[in-house]
Design a protein around this ligand. Structure first.
Ligand code: OXD
Length: 311
């Protein structure tokens, strides 16, 4: 089995993967073109278009991340080649911590205290009980489900939403369009963990933001395309006073890095982080990659990506 690895720090991944798969020939995209052409499998994150076109008899692709949007939107992606993606692989816990930080930021008024400090204003706000702070999680895949469980374990009532019905212990699950409206009307913090697909693009638009209770907050460690940015800015107001939306913690943007010209950078009610909520921990990810490549090579059934659905 010949495996071509492409990701930042590809050499580190190559070495670790070669250790786990002694039967395989593992090389990076720095290998000569002739070798790249012979790859049976690709283990890649955001590969260049040309690299995807090179292998002459590709049998499978492992996406070295949870989201497959960049791969599926790559014009070089060969048709019909099965794709496997990382499922959680330790990312969910890191994203869960990011989300818990964000919820507490708003529930314990850290956003207000930060602004008060600028005016040397010593004023305490009454704490809203966690039980009265429902959190909505859009997307109940491997990551969304784990994050929802972590937030519920902290004592917040959690409402989860997926396109088709799901049932998760301790989470009030909603589905479909009507379920989305019902969730939006109830939650004080909305967390976005949906994949980027044509069906989820701008799922948080002006209509959705208007459904949220006055003073709700938004946390987006998912994908930038989920949010209509103009509607978000409108809901946030000019920053001087709290708008309909109290604030947003954003880790994902339609264009990354977020362009210098984006008004989000300087908005006083927005916290920007550089797509750092869920870095892939190498150990668990490598185990999943090695397992997937072995199963590919043995012709065993694998949970593959559905390119039509986009995840
Ligand atoms: C991923 C990501 O999809 O890091 O894994 O965004």
């Amino acid at each position: 089995m010949k495996v071509l690895v492409h990701i930042d720090d590809a050499e580190g991944w190559r070495e670790a993967l070669a250790e786990r798969l002694p039967e395989a020939e593992v090389f990076t995209s720095a290998a000569p073109a002739e070798r790249r052409r012979q790859a049976d499998y690709l283990a890649v994150w955001k590969p260049p278009e040309a690299l995807l076109r090179e292998p002459v008899a590709l049998k499978g692709i492992v996406n070295l991340g949870a989201g497959v949007d960049a791969l599926l939107n790559n014009p070089g992606l060969p048709k019909g080649v099965p794709i496997v993606k990382l499922r959680d692989a330790g990312m969910a816990e890191l994203i869960g911590d990011y989300v818990r930080y964000g919820i507490l930021h708003f529930q314990r008024d850290f956003d207000r205290y930060r602004r008060q400090q600028q005016d040397r204003e010593w004023r305490e706000h009454a704490v809203v009980d966690k039980a009265d702070w429902p959190v909505g999680v859009l997307g109940l895949g491997a990551i969304g489900a784990k994050v929802a469980a972590m937030v519920a374990a902290d004592g917040f009532p959690v409402h989860g939403w997926s396109r088709s019905p799901k049932s998760l212990d301790g989470i009030t699950c909603h589905h479909g369009d009507a379920g989305l409206d019902a969730l939006l009307e109830r939650v004080r913090t909305l967390v976005l963990l949906l994949p980027d697909t044509p069906a989820t693009r701008h799922i948080v638009d002006a209509g959705a933001l208007a459904r949220l209770p006055e003073g709700a907050s938004l946390i987006n460690p998912g994908r930038g395309s989920l949010v209509d940015e103009a509607a978000l800015l409108e809901a946030l107001g000019d920053g001087a006073v709290e708008g309909r939306l109290r604030g947003a913690l954003l880790d994902a943007f339609p264009e990354e890095p977020l362009p210098d010209t984006s008004p989000l950078w300087t908005h006083s009610r927005v916290i920007i982080t550089p797509h750092m909520a869920g870095p892939t921990p190498l150990g668990e990810a490598l185990d999943q990659v090695a397992e997937a490549l072995r199963a590919f090579a043995a012709g065993e059934p694998l949970e593959t990506v559905d390119p039509g659905a986009g995840y």
